[in-house]
Design a protein around this ligand. Structure first.
Ligand code: CO
Length: 219
């Protein structure tokens, strides 16, 4: 039996088990989706959005790319964000990075991977921006520190997108969060406290950078 065949078998069992628990589960979902959460995370197979936050199909709208990068010029990410905020009216947008991120690691170590090198250009730019602070961190913690800084920077970018700014201007109660996930322990940590339209993004961003600097460099 092939592995892919196993997947189809798994699917039949999963759907049957869910239907047994809630006979109209799929019928209800087929009529509409009303997720409260939008998740922007990394493609990494160890960070599956629904599972780690314990949500069922229909409960979280998801966009994933290598190293959870938010760039206003990325039409894929911006379309998902706009649909989530403007159409689905999610209440929370969660930017979630993770420790040991391969994309961040590639940028830190300057490894060449082909097309990905262009994709992680944003992370290389972040590295340059924080060069002085990064130089103070112990070498073995550099990737972890950069994973956290990446969450801070991408969350900041997220708050500055047209979609989020306009949502806040019209008074929409959407909140932005910056989290990091530990693939070694399965736990999430808050890197940026909840940001909504009443909060000064710049202040939150600077405070998060200061906190992370203290955590890794002790100063
Ligand atoms: Co990753």
């Amino acid at each position: 039996m092939s592995l892919v065949h196993d997947l189809l078998q798994n699917n039949r069992q999963w759907a049957a088990a869910l239907k047994l628990e809630a006979p109209d589960f799929f019928l209800k979902l087929s009529k509409q989706q009303k997720p409260l959460f939008f998740w922007i995370g990394c493609c990494d197979s160890r960070v599956p959005a629904n599972q780690i936050i314990g949500l069922m199909p229909g409960e979280v709208f998801v966009h994933r790319n290598i190293a959870n990068i938010v760039n206003s010029a990325d039409i894929n990410c911006m379309s998902a964000l706009q649909y989530a905020v403007d159409v689905l009216q999610v209440r929370h947008v969660i930017l979630c990075g993770h420790f040991g991120c391969g994309g961040v690691q590639a940028a830190v170590h300057g490894e060449g991977h082909g097309i990905i090198d262009y994709w992680i250009w944003d992370i290389k730019a972040i590295l340059t921006r924080h060069e002085a602070m990064l130089a103070q961190a112990p070498a073995e913690r550099l990737v972890d520190l950069m994973c956290e800084i990446n969450v801070i920077e991408q969350t900041y970018e997220l708050c500055r997108t047209k979609v989020i700014r306009e949502a806040w201007q019209r008074g929409q109660p959407v909140r932005v969060h910056g989290w990091i996930y530990g693939i070694h322990d399965g736990l999430l940590q808050e890197v940026i406290p909840e940001v909504d339209r009443t909060v000064d993004v710049e202040t939150v961003y600077q405070a998060a950078l200061t906190a992370v600097t203290q955590k890794y460099t002790g100063g």
